[in-house]
Design a protein around this ligand. Structure first.
Ligand code: DQA
Length: 146
């Protein structure tokens, strides 16, 4: 089984950006956690990050052609703006979990909209970087309904 972990804009700035919201752990630590979780579950993990919306669309399409079994995605700010990412996840029909490090439900009004959520089998928010491990475990155990 192969799971692709996609992170959107500014997630590479973890540990530097707004630590009171996103914590002090950096992107490398996030990647290590995902890889370790994959090893424990016997799942191959690829972590990938981009600040560019179209590149993220390309990577979701790449997942289809490269036989990825599950996607964990934190689209970051594109969560709240991008119909293109919603359409991409719908197009590939790969089980996808939406992850947010912060508790988006308790933040600004503009963060209450998630376009991609309609195409995801689960949303995890407010668990810090541990939310990625929970998402990988959820996909690895096949706990979703398509
Ligand atoms: C985020 C929440 C988004 O609203 C924000 O734009 C981010 C990160 C999170 O992980 O909590 O960049 O997706």
């Amino acid at each position: 089984m192969k799971i692709l972990v996609i992170n959107g804009p500014n997630i590479n700035m973890l540990g530097i950006r707004e630590k009171h919201i996103y914590g002090s752990e950096n992107y490398d630590t996030l990647v290590e956690l995902c890889k370790k979780t994959g090893e424990e579950l016997g799942v191959e993990i690829e972590c990938w990050q981009s600040n560019h919306e179209g590149d993220i669309v390309d990577k979701i399409q790449w997942a289809y052609f490269n036989k990825v079994d599950g996607i964990v995605i934190n689209p970051a700010a594109y969560t709240h703006t991008s119909v293109a990412l919603l359409d991409a996840v719908k197009a590939v029909s790969i089980p996808t979990v939406e992850v947010h490090i912060s508790r988006v439900e308790e933040r600004e009004d503009f963060r209450q909209v998630s376009f991609i959520r309609a195409a995801c089998c689960k949303t995890i928010s407010g668990q810090g970087i541990k939310g990625y491990a929970a998402a990988i475990e959820f996909l690895a155990k096949g706990e979703y309904k398509l």
